[in-house]
Write a protein that binds this ligand. Sequence first.
Ligand code: SF4
Ligand code: SF4
Length: 279
Amino acid sequence: MIEVIREVIRCFVEESPDNRFPENGQPFFDEPLIGYAAADDPLFNDYKRIIGEFHRTPHEVMETAYGTGARAATVISWILPITRPTRESNRRETIYPSPAWARTRYFGEHFNAALRRHVTEWLTGQGYRAAAPQLEASWQEFADTPVGRASTWSERHAAYAAGLGTFSLNDALITPRGIAHRCGSVITDLLLTPSPRPYPHHYYNCLYYREKSCGVCIERCPAGAISHQGHNKDACDRYGHDVVAAAVAEKYGVTQTGCGLCLTKVPCEGGIPAGKPGS
Ligand code: SF4
Ligand code: SF4
């Protein structure tokens, strides 16, 4: 069944017209990475401590969607790698995102929502229960929490639980296809074998945490939102939502965009950086 689901997701990414720039028909995203986490993984309870009590466990999402007593078995998580031409266009920028980057962030996320719906409908069509946490009416985002902007479901944390990558100095997720991506997930009562988490620790793929080197993303950030102490979510949010949006959103035909400069022209852009031998 794991291979069938992989194929359902892969085909939708390959064939959906929603995964295309309207202006030239090129895709927003390359072939996805897909992983599976057990709904009972203790990590999902840890996230209530790490992110906030408001962050839901897979069982809580299923109960909200299907009623008290509904249980989850698996979290299906995916990474949608941003294509090389879009990444290259953003590498050349130093203040605002490139048009292709901004349009991928905006229209590509619409596609990501369509993928969540597609996987949910496919699973329910097979007789399983399924819910996409970010599409649930009960999903909420909070602008001001002790960890900055946060929501009732973190796609990055689900992807980490599913073995798809590790966290980074700039608060993103470095996967085998790099840090420039969007991620999504669907929870189901279909029991699937969890993917291994192959990394020695939860920051391993970031060179700064692995060997105290790199830090290139610090210099890439035009808002000064990254330092050796980590990522200042509020400063990043202010820059993306206020400065960038006011400067380029209308021109690029979007209503919302981050800048993503720290995700391009960095050693982790398109893969896990090698680092020093033996590190
Ligand atoms: S640029 Fe370097 S320090 Fe920044 S997230 Fe990537 S690997 Fe880590
Ligand atoms: S997305 Fe932009 S503002 Fe936010 S940390 Fe990265 S470079 Fe800085």
